[in-house]
Design a protein around this ligand. Structure first.
Ligand SMILES: [Zn+2]
Length: 62
């Protein structure tokens, strides 16, 4: 586990840090990411072309 001594005040923000990065298929730039579907899915949005991609989280079971 990473040794990040951050307080878990916001579970959403904390979870974002451990999400895998994804680059836009078209622009090759890092996409913005956020959790959707009660934290079960990762929603990526490209800041340039607004391409969107949603993937299911598979790392953890809660
Ligand atoms: Zn793009």
């Amino acid at each position: 586990m990473p040794d990040t001594p951050h307080e878990q005040s916001d579970s959403g923000a904390a979870a974002l840090a451990e999400l895998p990065d994804r680059s836009c298929t078209w622009c090759k730039v890092p996409m913005m990411k956020r959790l959707v579907g009660d934290g079960k899915f990762i929603h990526y949005t490209c800041p340039k072309c607004i391409f969107q991609h949603t993937t299911k989280r598979e790392s953890k079971k809660e």
